[in-house]
Design a protein around this ligand. Structure first.
Ligand SMILES: C[S@@+](CC[C@H](N)C(=O)[O-])C[C@H]1O[C@@H](n2cnc3c(N)ncnc32)[C@H](O)[C@@H]1O
Length: 301
Protein backbone atom coordinates (compact mmCIF):
# COMPACT_ATOMS: atom_id res chain seq x y z
CA UNK A 1 0.00 0.00 0.00
CA UNK A 2 1.84 3.14 -1.14
CA UNK A 3 0.01 6.48 -1.23
CA UNK A 4 0.14 10.05 -2.51
CA UNK A 5 -0.34 11.53 0.98
CA UNK A 6 2.45 13.70 2.36
CA UNK A 7 2.94 11.37 5.32
CA UNK A 8 1.58 8.15 6.80
CA UNK A 9 1.27 7.13 10.42
CA UNK A 10 1.05 3.76 12.13
CA UNK A 11 -0.59 3.76 15.56
CA UNK A 12 -0.12 1.03 18.11
CA UNK A 13 0.00 0.54 21.87
CA UNK A 14 2.95 -0.75 23.85
CA UNK A 15 4.10 -1.12 27.43
CA UNK A 16 6.75 1.25 28.76
CA UNK A 17 9.38 -1.52 28.80
CA UNK A 18 8.74 -2.29 25.11
CA UNK A 19 9.26 1.29 23.88
CA UNK A 20 13.01 1.38 23.21
CA UNK A 21 13.01 -1.86 21.24
CA UNK A 22 9.87 -0.85 19.36
CA UNK A 23 11.36 2.55 18.44
CA UNK A 24 14.47 0.83 17.10
CA UNK A 25 12.32 -1.59 15.11
CA UNK A 26 10.26 1.23 13.55
CA UNK A 27 13.35 3.30 12.69
CA UNK A 28 14.88 0.24 10.99
CA UNK A 29 11.64 -0.16 9.05
CA UNK A 30 11.97 3.40 7.72
CA UNK A 31 10.10 5.51 10.29
CA UNK A 32 11.07 9.18 10.26
CA UNK A 33 9.92 9.99 13.77
CA UNK A 34 8.19 8.39 16.71
CA UNK A 35 5.70 10.17 18.95
CA UNK A 36 4.60 8.81 22.34
CA UNK A 37 1.34 9.69 24.05
CA UNK A 38 -0.30 8.55 27.23
CA UNK A 39 -3.86 7.33 27.46
CA UNK A 40 -4.98 10.76 28.69
CA UNK A 41 -3.98 12.09 25.28
CA UNK A 42 -1.19 14.32 26.46
CA UNK A 43 1.25 14.21 23.58
CA UNK A 44 4.95 13.93 24.27
CA UNK A 45 7.89 13.47 21.93
CA UNK A 46 10.31 10.64 22.37
CA UNK A 47 11.38 10.89 26.02
CA UNK A 48 13.97 13.61 26.58
CA UNK A 49 17.32 12.76 28.10
CA UNK A 50 16.82 11.34 31.55
CA UNK A 51 13.06 11.38 31.24
CA UNK A 52 10.86 8.34 31.27
CA UNK A 53 7.19 8.49 30.38
CA UNK A 54 5.19 8.18 33.58
CA UNK A 55 2.47 6.11 32.06
CA UNK A 56 2.66 2.35 31.70
CA UNK A 57 0.59 2.02 28.51
CA UNK A 58 1.92 4.17 25.71
CA UNK A 59 0.29 5.02 22.42
CA UNK A 60 3.01 4.99 19.79
CA UNK A 61 2.77 6.82 16.48
CA UNK A 62 5.39 6.04 13.85
CA UNK A 63 5.58 8.56 11.01
CA UNK A 64 6.58 7.40 7.53
CA UNK A 65 7.00 9.11 4.16
CA UNK A 66 3.80 9.23 2.10
CA UNK A 67 5.19 7.07 -0.69
CA UNK A 68 6.50 4.15 1.40
CA UNK A 69 4.64 0.86 0.95
CA UNK A 70 3.69 0.04 4.54
CA UNK A 71 2.05 -3.35 3.90
CA UNK A 72 5.25 -5.30 4.68
CA UNK A 73 5.81 -3.17 7.79
CA UNK A 74 2.27 -3.79 9.04
CA UNK A 75 2.70 -7.51 8.57
CA UNK A 76 6.09 -7.66 10.27
CA UNK A 77 5.53 -5.64 13.49
CA UNK A 78 6.75 -8.12 16.15
CA UNK A 79 3.93 -9.16 18.46
CA UNK A 80 6.24 -9.19 21.50
CA UNK A 81 6.93 -5.45 21.10
CA UNK A 82 3.30 -4.25 21.17
CA UNK A 83 0.18 -4.77 23.23
CA UNK A 84 -1.97 -3.70 20.29
CA UNK A 85 -0.52 -3.92 16.79
CA UNK A 86 -1.11 -1.22 14.16
CA UNK A 87 -4.10 -2.07 11.99
CA UNK A 88 -3.66 0.20 8.98
CA UNK A 89 -1.69 3.23 7.81
CA UNK A 90 -3.33 6.60 8.46
CA UNK A 91 -2.70 9.22 5.78
CA UNK A 92 -1.60 12.63 7.07
CA UNK A 93 -1.52 15.92 5.18
CA UNK A 94 1.62 18.02 5.46
CA UNK A 95 -0.07 20.93 7.24
CA UNK A 96 -1.57 18.68 9.90
CA UNK A 97 1.77 17.03 10.71
CA UNK A 98 3.51 20.39 10.88
CA UNK A 99 0.94 21.69 13.36
CA UNK A 100 1.44 18.67 15.61
CA UNK A 101 5.18 19.25 15.62
CA UNK A 102 4.75 22.95 16.29
CA UNK A 103 2.66 22.18 19.37
CA UNK A 104 5.08 19.59 20.69
CA UNK A 105 8.59 20.65 19.71
CA UNK A 106 9.81 23.33 22.10
CA UNK A 107 13.29 24.78 22.89
CA UNK A 108 15.55 22.28 24.65
CA UNK A 109 18.70 23.01 26.65
CA UNK A 110 21.68 20.75 25.90
CA UNK A 111 24.37 21.33 28.51
CA UNK A 112 25.34 24.77 29.77
CA UNK A 113 25.53 26.87 26.66
CA UNK A 114 23.59 25.18 23.88
CA UNK A 115 19.88 25.27 23.10
CA UNK A 116 17.98 23.68 20.23
CA UNK A 117 15.17 25.99 19.13
CA UNK A 118 12.45 25.50 16.54
CA UNK A 119 11.73 28.42 14.25
CA UNK A 120 8.20 28.95 15.56
CA UNK A 121 9.23 29.94 19.09
CA UNK A 122 11.54 32.69 20.27
CA UNK A 123 14.70 31.43 22.03
CA UNK A 124 14.08 31.28 25.76
CA UNK A 125 17.63 32.53 26.35
CA UNK A 126 18.63 34.93 23.59
CA UNK A 127 22.23 35.10 24.92
CA UNK A 128 22.72 31.33 24.81
CA UNK A 129 24.06 29.47 21.77
CA UNK A 130 20.76 28.86 20.01
CA UNK A 131 20.80 26.27 17.24
CA UNK A 132 17.74 26.79 15.10
CA UNK A 133 16.34 23.51 13.84
CA UNK A 134 12.92 22.30 12.79
CA UNK A 135 11.99 18.63 12.53
CA UNK A 136 12.49 17.40 9.01
CA UNK A 137 13.07 14.28 7.01
CA UNK A 138 16.57 13.60 8.34
CA UNK A 139 17.12 12.13 11.81
CA UNK A 140 18.36 14.51 14.48
CA UNK A 141 16.18 16.99 16.33
CA UNK A 142 17.72 16.62 19.76
CA UNK A 143 14.74 14.76 21.17
CA UNK A 144 16.42 11.38 20.96
CA UNK A 145 18.62 10.45 23.94
CA UNK A 146 21.59 9.54 21.74
CA UNK A 147 21.59 12.95 20.02
CA UNK A 148 21.12 14.73 23.33
CA UNK A 149 24.10 12.94 24.91
CA UNK A 150 26.32 13.90 21.94
CA UNK A 151 25.16 17.52 22.12
CA UNK A 152 25.93 17.70 25.82
CA UNK A 153 29.40 16.23 25.24
CA UNK A 154 30.06 18.83 22.53
CA UNK A 155 28.73 21.61 24.77
CA UNK A 156 31.15 20.54 27.52
CA UNK A 157 34.14 20.39 25.13
CA UNK A 158 36.50 23.18 24.06
CA UNK A 159 35.85 23.31 20.36
CA UNK A 160 37.35 26.72 19.58
CA UNK A 161 39.32 26.56 16.32
CA UNK A 162 39.01 22.78 16.05
CA UNK A 163 38.19 20.60 13.03
CA UNK A 164 35.19 18.33 13.60
CA UNK A 165 33.68 15.45 11.63
CA UNK A 166 30.01 14.61 12.22
CA UNK A 167 29.77 11.09 10.76
CA UNK A 168 26.15 10.04 10.14
CA UNK A 169 25.12 13.69 10.27
CA UNK A 170 21.38 13.26 9.53
CA UNK A 171 19.95 16.76 10.02
CA UNK A 172 23.49 18.03 10.69
CA UNK A 173 22.56 18.85 14.28
CA UNK A 174 25.85 17.72 15.85
CA UNK A 175 28.12 19.33 13.27
CA UNK A 176 26.13 22.56 13.33
CA UNK A 177 26.31 22.60 17.12
CA UNK A 178 30.09 22.14 16.88
CA UNK A 179 30.33 25.06 14.45
CA UNK A 180 28.24 27.29 16.72
CA UNK A 181 30.42 26.23 19.66
CA UNK A 182 33.50 27.53 17.86
CA UNK A 183 34.82 24.79 15.57
CA UNK A 184 36.60 26.41 12.65
CA UNK A 185 35.78 23.67 10.15
CA UNK A 186 33.16 20.93 10.20
CA UNK A 187 32.48 18.07 7.82
CA UNK A 188 29.13 16.27 7.92
CA UNK A 189 29.09 12.82 6.32
CA UNK A 190 26.06 10.67 5.63
CA UNK A 191 25.25 7.87 3.19
CA UNK A 192 21.74 9.30 2.69
CA UNK A 193 21.66 12.15 0.12
CA UNK A 194 18.60 13.61 1.86
CA UNK A 195 20.67 14.04 5.02
CA UNK A 196 23.30 15.98 3.07
CA UNK A 197 20.66 18.37 1.73
CA UNK A 198 19.08 18.76 5.18
CA UNK A 199 22.45 19.39 6.84
CA UNK A 200 23.46 22.06 4.33
CA UNK A 201 20.06 23.78 4.63
CA UNK A 202 20.15 23.67 8.41
CA UNK A 203 23.71 25.04 8.49
CA UNK A 204 22.70 27.90 6.23
CA UNK A 205 19.66 28.68 8.42
CA UNK A 206 22.08 29.04 11.32
CA UNK A 207 24.21 31.50 9.31
CA UNK A 208 27.10 29.06 9.06
CA UNK A 209 29.12 29.55 5.90
CA UNK A 210 29.89 26.74 3.47
CA UNK A 211 33.57 27.36 4.24
CA UNK A 212 32.94 26.47 7.89
CA UNK A 213 30.46 23.62 7.33
CA UNK A 214 30.43 21.20 4.41
CA UNK A 215 28.51 17.96 4.03
CA UNK A 216 29.19 15.03 1.79
CA UNK A 217 28.41 11.43 1.01
CA UNK A 218 31.24 9.18 2.24
CA UNK A 219 33.31 9.52 -0.92
CA UNK A 220 36.92 8.45 -0.93
CA UNK A 221 38.20 11.88 -1.99
CA UNK A 222 36.38 13.84 0.72
CA UNK A 223 37.51 11.40 3.40
CA UNK A 224 41.06 11.46 2.05
CA UNK A 225 41.13 15.27 2.36
CA UNK A 226 40.20 15.02 6.05
CA UNK A 227 42.53 12.12 6.87
CA UNK A 228 44.37 12.69 10.16
CA UNK A 229 42.92 16.15 10.69
CA UNK A 230 39.78 15.85 12.84
CA UNK A 231 40.30 17.07 16.40
CA UNK A 232 36.86 15.63 17.13
CA UNK A 233 34.92 12.89 15.38
CA UNK A 234 31.37 12.41 16.54
CA UNK A 235 29.18 9.59 15.24
CA UNK A 236 25.69 8.72 16.37
CA UNK A 237 24.88 5.57 14.38
CA UNK A 238 23.93 2.06 15.47
CA UNK A 239 26.50 -0.35 16.95
CA UNK A 240 26.86 -2.47 13.78
CA UNK A 241 27.85 0.43 11.50
CA UNK A 242 29.99 1.94 14.26
CA UNK A 243 32.01 -1.29 14.42
CA UNK A 244 32.31 -1.48 10.63
CA UNK A 245 33.32 2.17 10.45
CA UNK A 246 36.12 1.89 13.04
CA UNK A 247 38.97 2.07 10.48
CA UNK A 248 37.30 4.96 8.63
CA UNK A 249 36.60 7.05 11.73
CA UNK A 250 39.99 6.49 13.34
CA UNK A 251 41.76 7.38 10.07
CA UNK A 252 40.02 10.75 10.10
CA UNK A 253 41.27 11.55 13.61
CA UNK A 254 44.19 13.87 14.27
CA UNK A 255 46.89 12.67 16.69
CA UNK A 256 45.31 13.01 20.14
CA UNK A 257 41.96 13.61 18.47
CA UNK A 258 38.81 12.80 20.42
CA UNK A 259 36.10 10.39 19.39
CA UNK A 260 32.46 10.52 20.57
CA UNK A 261 30.25 7.53 19.74
CA UNK A 262 26.52 7.08 20.40
CA UNK A 263 23.75 4.88 19.08
CA UNK A 264 24.92 1.73 20.84
CA UNK A 265 23.12 -0.08 23.64
CA UNK A 266 24.63 -0.97 26.98
CA UNK A 267 25.05 -4.63 26.02
CA UNK A 268 26.96 -3.64 22.86
CA UNK A 269 29.50 -1.46 24.71
CA UNK A 270 32.32 -4.00 25.02
CA UNK A 271 32.07 -4.98 21.36
CA UNK A 272 32.30 -1.37 20.18
CA UNK A 273 35.16 -0.56 22.58
CA UNK A 274 37.05 -3.63 21.30
CA UNK A 275 36.62 -2.58 17.65
CA UNK A 276 38.31 0.77 18.36
CA UNK A 277 40.89 -0.44 20.93
CA UNK A 278 43.83 -0.63 18.52
CA UNK A 279 43.56 3.13 17.89
CA UNK A 280 41.35 4.72 20.52
CA UNK A 281 40.81 3.94 24.20
CA UNK A 282 37.06 4.45 24.58
CA UNK A 283 35.20 4.60 27.87
CA UNK A 284 31.59 5.12 28.86
CA UNK A 285 31.06 8.87 29.38
CA UNK A 286 27.28 8.97 29.73
CA UNK A 287 24.26 6.72 29.66
CA UNK A 288 20.54 7.44 29.25
CA UNK A 289 18.39 4.42 29.89
CA UNK A 290 20.04 1.68 27.80
CA UNK A 291 21.78 4.08 25.37
CA UNK A 292 25.50 4.55 26.01
CA UNK A 293 27.87 7.36 25.03
CA UNK A 294 31.54 6.46 24.50
CA UNK A 295 34.33 9.01 24.45
CA UNK A 296 38.05 8.45 23.90
CA UNK A 297 41.31 9.85 22.66
CA UNK A 298 43.50 8.62 19.81
CA UNK A 299 46.59 6.80 21.15
CA UNK A 300 49.00 8.18 18.58
CA UNK A 301 51.53 10.87 19.49
C1 LIG B 1 20.78 8.11 14.25
S1 LIG B 1 21.03 9.12 12.88
C2 LIG B 1 22.00 10.42 13.67
C3 LIG B 1 21.71 11.79 13.14
C4 LIG B 1 22.36 12.91 13.92
N1 LIG B 1 23.82 12.86 13.79
C5 LIG B 1 21.99 12.86 15.38
O1 LIG B 1 22.87 12.65 16.20
O2 LIG B 1 20.80 13.01 15.69
C6 LIG B 1 22.23 8.18 12.01
C7 LIG B 1 22.59 8.74 10.65
O3 LIG B 1 23.68 7.97 10.17
C8 LIG B 1 23.51 7.72 8.79
N2 LIG B 1 24.27 6.48 8.51
C9 LIG B 1 23.97 5.20 8.87
N3 LIG B 1 24.95 4.36 8.45
C10 LIG B 1 25.89 5.13 7.84
C11 LIG B 1 27.13 4.84 7.19
N4 LIG B 1 27.61 3.59 7.11
N5 LIG B 1 27.82 5.87 6.64
C12 LIG B 1 27.36 7.12 6.73
N6 LIG B 1 26.18 7.46 7.32
C13 LIG B 1 25.46 6.48 7.88
C14 LIG B 1 22.01 7.61 8.62
O4 LIG B 1 21.63 7.90 7.28
C15 LIG B 1 21.49 8.65 9.60
O5 LIG B 1 21.31 9.91 9.01
Amino acid sequence: MSSDADWQELHCTARKDQINALERWFFNAGALSITLEDQADQPLLEPGPGETPLWEAVRVTALFAGDQDLSPVLEAVPGELVTKAPQAAVLVADREWTRVWEDQFQPMQMGNRLWICPSWTLPLKPDAINLQLDPGLAFGTGTHMTTAMCLKALDAASLEKTCVVDYGCGSGILGIAAALLGAKQVLGVDNDPQAITASLNNASRNDISTAQFSASLPTASELEDWKGSADWVVANILAGPLIELAPTLTTLMAPRGRLVLAGLLEEQTEQVIAAYAPEVMLAVADQQEEWVLLVGEHHSL
